[in-house]
Write a protein that binds this ligand. Structure first.
Ligand code: 3PG
Ligand code: MG
Length: 426
């Protein structure tokens, strides 16, 4: 499935309509993790440097289909401007419309005279007359970020009229929104369909994500160990089935393990379980023929707090207690399997790592994965979402081969091996 990338097309003087995933976490209007923006920079810079007129579109959060200030992409525009120009924002002297904001400052006055800088502008909507004007008035190397696509119902519903309004903005279509590649929305599906006949390509982030995930699943170096955690079995059934086929070993942690325990007729106390998935868990264990490893001990407590008193049990969990992390023996067993591996995929934490008493399992696995990369030359891939957050928090992100920018997307790619949104591109 070799795809054309943005490097294969001429963007000079063209309006490049690019879908990115700038759905970043915000706290009180401040971006707490800008990885998704930073990871899109190679594609963004490539377009700017070659004189493209870049129009960026993204969603943020899950607004209900109308404008909601807390989901505005304005904070992202500010961060983007800094990343593009590496300088602070001031209003542009000749802004065209009241809803269009210019965010740039010159590095030195000579540069301003020559007007060779990249302007990053932000517009308070993603479709309509004002947006079309802003897109038309871009100069080569300028950037325009549109407001949240999901402020219109047409985005998630992939409505034809909305897709047409977006498609009108671009001469060229680029998709670099890996985190949203599993959603067939207007910006990811309707728009590229409408732009048939014009260049429609992927960006460098999607190219990189597909390479890591595709190679791991398609031609893994063995042993290939998959580590799956998180709360629910139901989120990961399909991926477990797929990995039973492809991987040599599946290490299970997180609350998901306790649903498997019920499938083995163990007692789990008050642990989080999915009772309606017990038969399925039992079935998966049957199919696994020993490929699935479950925790041999667990950290338990009767409260899930930062100051919780904990103990460790092997086997059954007492009735008034809850399993909240993998225990020390399990950490060691899992770490020794990871140490032998040549390929690792990890998706989902081993315990409630946000709470200190239950963070050790996730920390131990993260450390083992980092060590396998550094000491063993293993290819190690961290799924997006919580495991990506954990590896960042532990400052081990640069010690693994790849941290995906997609949680749901990386799981879906592991399951299906392709995305409809990318199948339709050149
Ligand atoms: C994500 O963060 O999972 C992606 O940006 C997709 O967002 P969604 O799950 O709200 O569609
Ligand atoms: Mg999601």
């Amino acid at each position: 499935m070799a795809k054309k990338t943005v490097a294969d097309i001429d963007v000079n003087g063209k309006r490049v309509l690019m879908r990115v995933d700038f759905n970043v976490p915000l706290e009180g209007g401040a971006i707490t993790d800008d990885r998704r923006i930073v990871q899109a920079m190679p594609t963004i810079k490539s377009v700017i440097e070659r004189g493209g007129r870049l129009i960026l579109m993204s969603h943020l959060g899950r607004p209900k289909g109308g404008p909601e200030p807390k989901y505005s992409l304005k904070p992202v525009a500010d961060r983007l401007s800094r990343l593009v120009n590496e300088c602070q924002a001031v209003p542009h002297p000749h802004g065209e419309g009241r809803n269009v904001t210019d965010l740039h400052v010159m590095r030195d006055p000579a540069e301003k005279a020559a007007d060779t800088h990249a302007r990053v502008r932000f517009v308070n909507d993603c479709v309509g007359l004002e947006v079309e004007q802003a897109a038309r008035s871009l100069k080569d190397g300028d950037v325009l970020l549109l407001e949240n696509l999901r402020f219109h119902k047409g985005e998630e519903k992939n409505e034809a009229k909305f897709a047409e309004q977006l498609a009108r903005l671009g001469d060229v279509y680029v998709n670099d929104a890996f985190g949203t590649a599993h959603r067939e929305h207007a910006s990811t599906f309707g728009v590229p369909q409408l732009l048939q006949g014009k260049p429609r390509v992927i960006g460098f982030l999607i190219q990189k994500e597909l390479k890591f995930l595709g190679d791991a699943i398609g031609r893994p170096q063995r042993p290939f160990v998959a580590i799956l955690g998180g709360a629910k079995v139901s989120d990961k059934i399909n991926v477990i089935e797929k990995l039973l086929d492809k991987a040599d070993l599946l290490l299970i942690g997180g609350a998901m393990a306790y649903t498997f325990f019920l499938g083995q007729n163990k007692q789990v106390g008050r642990s989080l379980v999915e009772r309606d998935k017990v038969d399925l868990a039992r079935e998966l264990l049957g199919k696994a023929r020993g490929k699935i490893r479950l925790p041999v001990d667990n950290v338990i407590s009767n409260e899930m707090t930062d100051t919780a008193k904990t103990s460790v049990v092997e086997g059954n969990i007492p009735a008034d207690m809850e399993g909240l992390d993998i225990g020390p023996k399990t950490r060691q067993l899992y770490a020794s399997e990871i140490a032998k591996s040549k390929t690792v995929i990890w998706n989902g934490p081993m315990g409630v790592f946000e709470k200190k008493p239950f963070a050790e399992g996730t920390r131990a696995v993260a450390q083992a994965v980092a060590d396998a990369t550094v000491k063993n030359g293993a290819v190690t891939i961290i799924g997006g979402g919580d495991s990506a957050a954990a590896i960042e928090q532990l400052e081990l992100a640069d010690k693994v081969s790849h941290v995906s920018t997609g949680g749901g997307a990386s799981l879906e790619f592991l399951e299906n091996g392709h995305f409809a949104t990318l199948d339709i591109l050149d």
